[in-house]
Each structure stands twice: as C-alpha cells, then as structure tokens.
Design a protein around this ligand. Structure first.
Ligand code: TXA
Ligand code: MG
Length: 325
C-alpha cells in the first residue's frame, strides 16, 4: 500500500494542533522533526518528555524564511546573512544570539538560539500555515537513530506524538550542518550535507572546530548518539573477511553494512550493500542501521567508508553510532 503525502487539510490540522500546544512530527529534507510551538513553554516541555531528552539540551527553531531571522536573533553578523541567503531553505542550522523573548526552554537556558529554514514543501507549508517558529529536534528517542521515514517516527514515539505528517523518505538523510555564529569565530558544531569547504569558501574564512564547550551545547556532539541498540563497530575493508570469518566460526549472528567489500558469506550474516556515492549513502544510512538493529543480531559490522570531505557527516554519525564500549 502506498502512503499518500500530507494534503492541505492535514497541514491545517497539524497547524491547529501546534496552536493548541500539541506535538506534530513533520518531514524535512534532513530527517523528520518532532515539532512544537516554539513560543509555548508547555508545548516545548512536551518535546523533552516525549524524547526522554535532558532539559538543558537546546532545540533548533524552524522558521519559514530568512525574513523571520530578526524575530529570533539579535546582533546577527554579516556571515549569518550570507549563509542564510545562500543556503536557506536548506540543511543548515545557524546558532545566533537570541532575542530576549526567546524561551529558555527552547535554548536549554543559553543566550543563543539555533535557527533553520527547512527545504521540504510540507515543512514549509506547515510553517506558513502555523505562522510562527516551530521548535523541533529529530523525532527519535534521546540518543537513538534519527527517523528518515514516517514509520520510523511511529516506531520511536508511538502515541507520544499527536500527529505525523507524511512526507516520504527524507532526501538528505542526515541532520543539518550546524554553524555557531554567536561568538568571535564561526565554528562548525555538526557536519552535514553542506560541507565545511562550501561554507569556508563562501565566507572566505576558516571555521573553528568544536571545542570542549560545544559538547555540552550541542548534544549531537556527544558520543553514543544516533546509535542502534545492537553493538556496532567500524572496520576497514581489508580486515572484514577475517573478522566475519571468526565471528561466523563463533556462531555469532552478525549484520554487515557493506560499502564495497563483496564477501562470500553464509546465512549467518545479514548484509546491506550501501551505495558507493556519499549523498545516496547518507540518504539510506539511518534506514539501513534501523533495519539491521531490528534483526536481534549480536553485532553490526560497518565497513569504513572513504574519509574525504563529502563523507564527513557520514563518518561523524558512524563514529557516534559506534562509540560504545
Ligand atoms: O536537520 C536537523 O537539524 C533536524 C531537523 C528536524 O531540522 N533537527 C535536529 O535537531 O537534528 P536535534 O535537536 O536532534 O539536533 C539539534 C542540534 C543539537 O545538537 C543541539 O544541541 C544543537 O542543534 N543546538 C540547538 N540550539 C543550539 C544552541 N543554542 N547552541 C548550540 N547548539 C544548539
Ligand atoms: Mg537528534
């Protein structure tokens, strides 16, 4: 059965629910978001309850267009205007100094706010109809894999979300690039589809790398984020045949997220062959991890993808998915 994308009536219903302080999951080009009215503290608190997320972890506020920047941020540097003009709507979140009225519930008690205009027709229609900012983290339980399909949201949150807008599979598949522009130096807090090089070229300046401090400010930086419940480990291609052989010999049930290695293996191994191109790999990554995670395996092996710039966001998420001992 095909699932129909949300229509105008669904969007109107979703906007009404947001006005009533309820939670609505919606598709963006990166991952599905769990949205609430960013100006309603009770609604925002519901997000934290639904996700099981600590209250001091800030949320991104989604806005409908660049003209809304001034409603949420002050002292907006030129670099923010350049990036927003160039990349919005798109998979880029900017951290800026907040307007005094922005709720501390949204910013995790900080004086900065994360803002983004998502590039998805349903998200944009919802923002326009709702006519306000929508605070939305990824629609998964805390530290788990982000949802890239509506059925992932259902599996993660069940009836903790009041309504899910159907929007098919997310095009980008990994969360937005986050740039902190609230301090003296533009800083990359989270790599994403828009690469560090693209941003550095546009701004004609080098980005700082996240410091210790950002570990608290951006939970996406924490180890064991975006993680399957099954133990997962990354190995270089050349080590895989021997490791798979040993695990099979030990009668372990294993999954393999394969990138290029063609292994001749038996039914003990569940293999997902991933695309060789970075953007399509990213698009499929979370659904693939989720599928392997559902098979009750002893271990998920991940073949190390290339380390070049285009693979930075993927390597970052794989590192976080595997950083458990
Ligand atoms: O692609 C995305 O950004 C998706 C979609 C739904 O838009 N959202 C998303 O939200 O990934 P979330 O909450 O899972 O991750 C948002 C990240 C977190 O790491 C958070 O700490 C960081 O943004 N963030 C938000 N506001 C911040 C702030 N004021 N200072 C530093 N980091 C902030
Ligand atoms: Mg998240």
């Amino acid at each position: 059965m095909s699932i129909l994308p949300a229509n105008n009536a669904d969007i109107k219903h979703a906007a009404q629910l947001l006005q009533q302080g309820r939670l609505v999951a919606f598709p963006t080009e990166t991952v599905y978001g769990l949205g609430a009215d960013a100006s309603n503290p009770c609604a925002v608190n519901r997000i934290f309850q639904a996700k099981g997320r600590p209250a001091d972890h800030p949320l991104i506020v989604h806005i409908s267009n660049i003209d809304k920047l001034n409603d949420w941020a002050i002292n907006i540097p030129e670099a923010a205007k350049i990036l927003a003009t160039h990349f919005w709507p798109g998979p880029l979140a900017l951290i800026l100094n907040k307007q005094p009225g922005v709720l501390l519930e949204v910013t995790g008690g900080q004086d900065t706010v994360g803002l983004r205009v998502p590039n998805h027709p349903i998200a944009l229609a919802l923002l326009k109809t709702f006519n306000g900012g929508i605070a939305a983290p990824s629609a998964n339980r805390f530290c788990r894999i982000s949802p890239t399909q509506s059925n992932h949201v259902k599996a993660e949150l069940g009836n903790k979300v009041d309504f899910i807008l159907e929007g098919g599979s997310c095009q980008v598949g990994v969360e937005s690039t986050i740039i902190d522009l609230s301090g003296d130096n533009p800083t990359l807090l989270r790599p994403g589809h828009i690469t560090r090089l693209e941003i550095e070229t546009l701004l004609d300046t080098e980005l700082s790398i996240n410091s210790q401090q950002t570990e608290i400010r951006a939970p996406g930086m924490m180890a064991l984020h975006y993680a399957p419940t099954t133990l997962a480990k990354i190995y270089p291609s050349e080590l895989l045949p021997a490791i798979v052989g040993k695990l099979c010999y030990d009668r372990k049930k294993i999954g393999l997220l394969s990138y290029k290695q063609q292994l001749n293996i038996n039914s003990q191994v569940s293999i997902i062959n991933m695309p060789k191109e970075a953007n399509t790999y990213a698009q499929n990554l979370y659904a693939a991890l989720r599928e392997l995670d559902s098979l009750q395996l002893d271990l998920i092996l991940i073949e190390q993808p290339p380390e070049s710039e285009l693979w930075q966001a993927i390597n970052d998420r794989l590192f976080k998915a595997t950083s458990r001992e």
